[in-house]
Write a protein that binds this ligand. Structure first.
Ligand SMILES: [Zn+2]
Length: 320
């Protein structure tokens, strides 16, 4: 028996997920992150609906919105986008890296147990509209389906470690999978080992942005643990040409680890969206990258794994 996948519209069978963008940003509407980086502002529900509808038009089925508590997340907005565009949306509780939060944020003075309970309530009861910015608690009917944890470049600081501990505890309480942010792909294996030491099996962990450190040796090590590797360099050639990602995928398939790869867009800038007048747009993974994989020699079975099968496994809730 399989675990369910929790979307903002409700729980679904993994087979219903469809082609999945495993790391995306549909709405970033407020919070410190926009003071630091105004280019991250994605505050229009209408624009998000247009991008999600475009993704659907090219065959997309599901989008994982990777904005957790305190990162401008908008639970009711995500629900609207999901309903209007008829795309599954998996939303996140948890924390991003600590440098995105003020020193006064409650993450710095609540205990791990208290934080884990707040995360778990977002998974089980509904996401708090303001990310517990308080003092009142107003829950959306949309529940979180994934727990975010994050670390910064080349180290896991004490504050971020606390986020991992709370994420692990929330996973024990709810069974929700964990999706991490790795900074430029660093600390990926350390994150998986830390979560393992906290009782989380790697098959319930997705490590994001690992292609930013396109080292096949590290990717093989990471995939061998059973964790999922999320690649989101497609269409963002300022980091590296897509051929780098293609070769990483090819190498993992060669050692029979292609079942651990997820694809995402991570189009967290206005300039990346067609709806804001830029590009390549959230549909890019379906519209351009999928045909490229085909032309570059990947078979339909592999493409099905990369877009559908792997995500259906990665985002299931733990059953035992
Ligand atoms: Zn992201």
């Amino acid at each position: 028996m399989k675990g369910q996948i929790r979307t903002v519209r409700g729980d679904i069978d993994p087979g219903e997920l469809g082609a999945t963008d495993a790391h995306e940003h549909l709405l970033i509407r407020n919070d410190l992150i926009l003071v630091k980086t105004p280019a991250f502002r994605l505050d229009s529900v209408e624009c998000a609906e247009r991008e999600a509808a475009d993704f659907k038009k090219y065959g997309g089925g599901a989008i994982v919105d990777a904005a957790p508590i305190g990162i401008g997340r908008d639970p009711d907005g995500l629900l609207r986008v999901s309903q209007t565009a008829d795309v599954h949306v998996i939303a996140a509780t948890g924390f991003h890296k600590s440098s995105y939060y003020l020193d006064s944020h409650w993450r710095h003075y609540y205990s791990v147990d208290e934080i884990a309970k707040l995360f778990a309530d977002e998974v089980e009861l509904g996401m708090e509209q303001t990310g517990y910015a308080g003092p009142l608690t107003r829950r959306s009917q949309a529940r979180a389906g994934v727990i975010k944890a994050a670390s910064d470049y080349q180290s896991i600081c004490a504050s971020d470690r606390k986020g991992f501990e709370a994420a692990a505890l929330c996973h024990q309480m709810t069974g929700a999978p964990i999706l991490t942010h790795s900074e430029i792909g660093t600390m990926a294996l350390d994150q998986v080992r830390l979560l393992q030491s906290l009782g989380v099996r790697p098959e319930h962990v997705v490590v994001s942005h690992v292609d930013r450190n396109p080292d096949p040796y590290i990717h093989r090590e990471l995939a061998s643990t059973g964790a999922f590797l999320e690649y989101d360099g497609a269409g963002r050639v300022k980091y590296f040409p897509e051929s780098v990602m293609i070769e990483l995928i090819r190498k993992l398939f060669e050692c029979d680890l292609g079942g651990q790869i997820l694809l995402g867009g991570d189009m967290a800038r206005r300039s990346y969206w067609k709806a804001y007048g830029g590009g390549p747009g959230i549909a890019y993974l379906m519209e351009r990258f999928l045909p490229r994989l085909r032309n570059d020699g990947f078979c339909e079975r592999q493409i099905q794994m990369l877009y559908c099968g792997n995500a259906a496994r990665a985002f299931q809730f733990r059953l035992d």
